[in-house]
Design a protein around this ligand. Structure first.
Ligand code: SAM
Length: 216
């Protein structure tokens, strides 16, 4: 069976949103979210930024009758701060002089007509994970890319992933020449745990499925 793809309006909203996900990886994320939605459980994203990937998760959640939960402190990752490679001066709060991607994210979702299908948690991912108590159908890890952050995201959220649920990790680069290694290390850790099977590879986006009977 061909993987489901988003309709034209959703693809346009994804393309129009600020963010870091190319279209082919977005389509792989969408296909994973549609599949995970069949479990009837919430989809969880770490790393909202301006909502580019959230649009796809939210549309898949709408189709499945579930909710996408997306977590971000909206102050940007290390590499998005002023003077760094991925800084965007248009997402700096003019009064405070610090990054704030929340208003842009809210505009993205509103324009896409998807606000009803998303619960946004504003704060640090490990703190949100520590409060969490509901099984999840999908965990998408795209937050901080240091070892500290990626490890905390993996350890905080994957115990909530239901059997058969999907763990999606972005920016997995086996070759250090291509990018930072923290996402690759949690990807290896997931595979080596024996709890996951890899089901797709699309550039730096990896989709793993939790084996039955291995939820934490
Ligand atoms: C690479 S961006 C996410 C990109 C987004 N998924 C997209 O498709 O455009 C990473 C985001 O993670 C957030 N972030 C980094 N560390 C975090 C943490 N410990 N808790 C919550 N959010 C965090 C940053 O604020 C940033 O918005």
């Amino acid at each position: 069976m061909e993987p489901r793809t988003p309709d034209k309006q959703i693809l346009a909203a994804f393309e129009a949103a600020k963010g870091f996900m190319p279209a082919d990886e977005g389509l792989a994320l969408y296909a994973a979210a549609v599949e995970a939605g069949r479990l009837g459980l919430p989809l969880l994203e770490v790393g909202t930024y301006c909502g580019r990937s959230t649009v796809l998760l939210a549309d898949a959640a709408r189709a499945a009758g579930v909710i996408t939960v997306t977590v971000d402190h909206h102050r940007g990752s290390e590499e998005q701060q002023p003077g760094w490679e991925y800084h965007d001066p248009t997402v700096v709060d003019p009064e405070l002089g610090v990054m704030d991607t929340l208003p842009t994210f809210r505009r993205t979702l509103h324009r896409a007509g998807l606000e009803e299908y998303v619960v946004a948690l504003v704060g640090r991912s490990p703190r949100a994970a520590a409060l969490w108590g509901t099984p999840l159908g999908l965990v998408f890890v795209d937050g901080g890319h240091t070892d500290e952050h990626a490890t905390a995201d993996y350890e905080g959220w994957t115990p909530h992933l239901a059997p058969g649920g999907l763990l999606v990790i972005h920016d997995v680069f086996p070759d250090p020449a291509d990018g930072g290694q923290a996402p690759y290390r949690i990807y290896r850790r997931a595979l080596e745990s024996g709890e996951f099977d890899e089901i797709s590879v699309t550039r730096s986006l990896r989709v793993l499925r939790r084996r039955n009977g291995t939820a934490g």
